[in-house]
Structures are given as structure tokens and as C-alpha cells.
Write a protein that binds this ligand. Sequence first.
Ligand code: GRE
Ligand code: ZN
Length: 329
Amino acid sequence: MTTRNGTRVIAIEEHFLDAEVKKAMIAGGAKPVGGEMGRRLDDPGELRLKEMDEAGIDMQILSHSPPATQWLDAAVAVPLARDVNDRLKQRVDSNPKRFAALATLPTPDPKAAADELERCVDKLGFKGAMIYGLAAGQVFFDDKQFWPIFERAAALDVPIYIHPAPPHPTLVDIYLKDYLPEVPNFAGPVWGFTVETATTAIRMVLSGVFDKHPNLKFVLGHLGETIPYNMHRISEALSRVGATSKRPDAMTWFGDVFCEHFWIATSGNFSTPALTCAMVEMGADRILFAIDWPFVMNQPGMDWIEELRISPDDRRKILHGNAEKLFKL
Ligand code: GRE
Ligand code: ZN
């Protein structure tokens, strides 16, 4: 285990697909991932551990694959999310040195989602929760109906991971559809995921949710879904006119708020130029290691991070120290 130079490795965006959620997805007409990825998502643990051992990953923070229980009716989502989390707890208990967990939330009922988050943290020892793309595939999560979830996360002092999910059908129609037969991933990791998740992050800052809940913490995968790269552009343009121009330091307002409330992970974005940009904009304290297994394989991520020329201190922070702090591992 651990990297060749002996550093502990915690990967924080590593997925599974619950068998009952899979059934509900199929019943609802969705098509769960198949092939090798599907086999890995369904794996009860043996293959996951084998591949962690081979690559040198000490711990995975487990989360459901998108969109988990978000697209189901509240009456179905609430009890199902509870069962998913109870089964996930069993997975963690089977090997607590190797696994920790993020909760699945029944977001169609925000109050129930907040209660489930609290149950998962207080009773099951989970480290936070993951939400995916648009709530119910329709509404951005900065909408005030979801603030009870964020209020509870802030009170519990746990982060919420904002993960991509398939974009809104209207966006797909206008922006992406003609290329989908040839490039199905255009609506996913190629671009659709990025647009929607970055939009969610910007909307969170604009919403004022951090004024209301100063302890609220979010995580973005994929090295921040392009936000670090666009930090100046977003901040500068926001400062020209409008709401933020009232702030004394309007030119840095967006970046200041973003860097105070967001952490980012390397999932599926094993790019040294992108990491360098993120480190300059956000600092090494805000960056955590992740693979995005099984959508991305462990070894390319480990090869990248091991070859990376980076100070020993920053390497330790990114590979495990920041995760230990943020998730209280
Ligand atoms: C990805 O590549 O980022 C990804 C996920 C979850 C589902 C599908 C997918 O993180 O392609
Ligand atoms: Zn992911």
C-alpha cells in the first residue's frame, strides 16, 4: 500500500451503484452503465480492493454514482436513500481502514434529506454527503428549497460534494444533441457535466448561502470543473456592475468566497497544468486526491501523482492530509 515514497493515499470520489437503486433506475426507464464499468460499480468489494491494492490506494471515500436517489419520487427516495446508506455502512464496517462514506440524500424531500444527513453523520459515522447535477434533473441546488440541507451540513460541520449528473434535456437539445450519436460522452465528462457543475458552483456563490451559513463547505471534483482556470475572469466580470459592485473588494469577491468555501479533487483530471493553476488560485490546502473509480481507472491517477514534481509537504496534503482534515478521518 501507499505510494512508492511511502505517502498514505486517500481517494475521495470513488463510486458504487446500489442494487436497489439500479432496479429503480431500470424501472424508471434509465439505462445504468454496463460493461466493465458496470461490473466494477456493482462489485461488492473484492475487485475494488484488489484494484486499490494494485495501485497503492489506502482508502476510498465511497459515494453512490449519479444521480443516486435524486430523480425518484420523494415517497420512494426517502426510504430507499435510508437503505442505501445502511448498506453502505455495512461496506465501511467490513473494512473500516480502507473505506469511509458519503451519504446519499433523498433531495426530492429537502427536510428528509437534512434529517438523513444528520442520521448518517451522527449514527453511521459518514463524513459528508454527495449531491449530483440538478436536483431531480430540473432545478439548481442553490434554490432556497435546498437550504435546509446546507444548514444541517454547516451545523454538523461536514462537506457536501457537488458531483456532476446528466444535464437538463433543454441544454442537451441546444448545446449537445447533434454530436451525441457519435460522442455520447459529450453530455457527460467531455463537457456537459462540466458546464452544469461549474454553473452550480457559481450560482452557490451568487445565492448568498455562505452569508447565511458561514461554515458551509463544498467539494468539487475534476479539479474544480474549470472554476480555478476562470477565477479572474468570473471575478472581474462580476465586479463591473451589479450586486457585487457594492462590495469594497468586488474585484476579488468571487474568488475570496469560492476559496473560503470550496475544496477540489483531482478526479478524472490528471493534468499537471490544471493542477498548477488550481494550486496558484486556491492553494495546496484546498486540493484533494481522487480517481473517480470506476469511471476512471486507479493506475493512471497514481502514475501521474507519483511522477509529479511537487514539494513533499504539498504531496502529503493532497494525497491524504487535506482529506483527513476536511472529512475528519
Ligand atoms: C465521470 O467520468 O466523471 C463520470 C462520473 C460518474 C458517472 C459517469 C461518468 O463521475 O462518466
Ligand atoms: Zn465521479
